[in-house]
Design a binder for this molecule. Sequence first.
Ligand code: FE
Length: 161
Amino acid sequence: MISRREILLSGGAGMALMLAGWPAMAAKGAYPVTHSEAEWRSLLEPAQFAVLREAATERPFTSPLLHEKRTGTFDCAGCGQAVFSSKTKFESGTGWPSFWEPLADDVVATGTDRSYGMVRTEALCSRCGGHLGHVFKDGPKPTGLRYCINGLALAFTPAVG
Ligand code: FE
């Protein structure tokens, strides 16, 4: 028979696994741009902090960037690194800004996210370790990838001219 105490303990272990599954937190100091938690809280809006630094997911169909059709770049809202181009943005129907490829090979890092009982590929900014979203293998050609990105993690910069 399982005691109440054991149930509580297993809940705690589940929480520990969730945290262990987030490489951005484990790899503190491994990114070119680092800040303390207090600094990040002062730099970011609370909702941006929840996404970028705590891997929260914004509610679908809430980001103004879903409807951003101009030419330009989508930059990490944490550090300003350009991470996606408007050229690879597509309408996925999921309610989150979606791209089939990062702007360059080295701007989006990936990790394994085992939170919420799922195994997903996490997409992180390579410069500050900020959580951007996840990568799925049901995207369009030519990559077949779908970078499902929180609009709160991005800032759009229109192309000049
Ligand atoms: Fe960043």
